[in-house]
Design a protein around this ligand. Structure first.
Ligand SMILES: *Cc1c(COP(=O)(O)O)cnc(C)c1O
Length: 497
């Protein structure tokens, strides 16, 4: 066999990777047909399915040299991936900080994947990089950053936070020998991804000061100022303040203006974690609550939360563009054609650990232009009102409620007539998981086990909240009727016998 005929034979064998127009239609019809069936009765499905055994059935489909029919694969995806556990696209996702999954973004992902646009370097992907720049400019204006700001669309809030922490480290000129006398200030309620980011940035040895919080779990500026003064007197090096514009636990927004005053006066880098709360800046009436955010040195926002996007996009903004670039730019000879071209501006690869990256900008850009900003505003506003409504109504059912929510998280618990309230509420959240029509998560506040209701999924509407209240009412009634249910340990023992 000649070399040419061997090559042509291999070309033919690889042909399934390039389905023709008719085959593309057929595959698309199957995928789209499934999406239509799923979305048609999404809300009749459970939001949460406690039985996760079907996930393991993925193993029944080993990777083999031969092909398999698309319809079987879609069925497997449905049974093993969509059904078990949480269905995050469901209106009844009221746990953690819910994500979204707006349809326009899924189409953008499809277009991004088919064109496979290269979003890491401007030289080869001028349009995709320009689009990312436009989105970052839009977000920078939203948070009140100056023209000198820069940023990056990363995979989520965690990697966006890491990018910010590394920029802060380099901007301070910190070296490894300084780390164990370098001090970070944060309330105990910052997101765990910031602890991770510090460690990944090599700064696990830095001193972390727990700043005191007020009765609504917001950082106390006086405590911050006092701790910084003490550390300065000790000869330590105060470096970074981590503030939250919406904690994950309760949606508490730290008092950003006084914090910014202190950080500026002492020359500390101020990072604001606005992964949850940042997009509420789209609402004029909400901007006062976020005042001071515009004075941060870096900010993280999560479009896969507050813009209702499917998972996979977190944004970092850094006030001083040089700080971001100095921390991340690197040169390699195989990219010599791609170094910053005349006047085009930096590439995303110069401001992030990523080189090749998903064309994330399109999944933000397409829905923003297709729908306009207004539906996003309405959806955020609706969630704020739903949180107030839920708090009022759950209190009317007899629950003890936490403070008026600043964002869209409400904490609440049932105080039983007798027995341990913590054990009862743990049994209660587990009971709602077995019910599954909506999904709640829980947390512990000052030693009290409380349930959380977080309204941020775009499909969560008034009927969802009414259903959530019904689920809670029924679950409490079941637990109250069966005293054995009150103690989760006793129940587990009962199952075993
Ligand atoms: C979700 C969240 C993060 C982490 O972002 P990921 O996108 O999950 O990586 C950080 N901070 C807050 C306040 C969050 O809600």
């Amino acid at each position: 066999m000649t070399l040419r005929s061997r090559i042509l034979e291999l070309e033919a064998a690889s042909q399934p990777l390039e389905p023709g127009a008719a085959e593309r239609d057929r595959l698309m019809a199957q995928a789209h047909g499934y999406v239509q069936r799923l979305l048609a009765d999404l809300q009749e499905r459970p939001a949460y399915n406690d039985d996760k055994s079907a996930a393991l059935e993925l193993r029944d489909l080993p990777f083999e040299p031969g092909s398999r029919p698309m319809e079987h694969l879609i069925e497997r995806i449905h049974e093993s991936v969509v059904e078990p556990g949480l269905l995050p696209s469901h209106a009844g996702h009221l746990g953690y900080i819910p994500g979204g999954g707006i349809y326009a973004s899924s189409l953008a992902d499809y277009l991004a994947a088919v064109t496979n646009e290269y979003a890491g370097v401007r030289f080869t992907g001028p349009g995709s990089v320009e689009m990312e720049d436009l989105i970052l400019d839009w977000m920078a204006r939203l948070v009140g950053f100056p023209e000198t700001a820069d940023g990056n669309l990363a995979s989520g809030g965690s990697i966006a936070s890491l990018i910010a922490i590394v920029a802060a480290r380099e901007a301070a000129g910190l070296r490894a020998r300084d780390y164990d006398r370098t001090v970070v200030y944060a309330s105990p309620h910052i997101h765990q991804c910031l602890h991770k980011a510090l460690r990944v940035a090599g700064m696990g040895e830095a001193v972390l000061r727990d700043v005191a919080v007020d009765e609504n779990r917001r950082l106390r500026p006086e405590s911050l100022a006092g701790l910084i003064a003490e550390d300065q007197a000790r000869g330590l090096r105060p470096w970074l303040v981590l503030a939250s514009a919406g904690t994950t636990d309760t949606g508490a927004i730290d008092p950003l203006s006084p914090i910014a005053d202190i950080a500026a006066a002492q020359g500390l880098w101020l990072h604001v974690d606005a992964a949850y709360g940042g997009f509420f800046a789209l609402l004029d009436e909400f901007r006062p609550a976020l005042a001071g955010m515009e004075r941060a040195d870096s900010i993280v926002l999560d479009p896969h939360k507050g813009m209702f996007l499917p998972y996979g996009t977190g944004a970092v903004l850094v006030r001083n563009r040089d700080a971001l670039r100095d921390a991340h730019a690197h040169y390699a000879s195989y990219l010599q054609d791609a170094v910053e071209d005349e006047g085009g501006g930096r590439s995303p690869a110069a401001v992030s650990p990523e080189l090749t990256k998903h064309f994330r900008a399109l999944r933000v850009w397409l829905p923003l232009l297709l729908h306009g900003e207004e539906p996003f505003r309405a959806c955020l506003r609706e969630k704020l009102e739903l949180a107030k409504y839920f708090r009022r109504e759950v209190q009317a059912l007899g629950f003890e409620v936490g403070p008026e929510p600043q964002l869209t998280v409400v904490t609440y618990r049932w105080v039983p007539a007798s027995g341990s309230a913590n054990a009862f509420n743990q049994a209660l959240v587990e009971e709602t998981h077995r019910d599954g029509r909506v999904f709640f998560s829980s947390t512990t506040i000052d030693g009290k086990f409380v349930l959380r209701m977080a309204a941020l999924a775009f499909r969560t509407h008034l009927d969802t909240i009414d259903l959530a209240l019904e689920v809670l009412r029924e679950a409490v009634a079941r637990l109250e009727a069966e005293p054995g249910h009150r103690n989760p340990m006793a129940r587990t023992a009962g199952v075993q016998t």
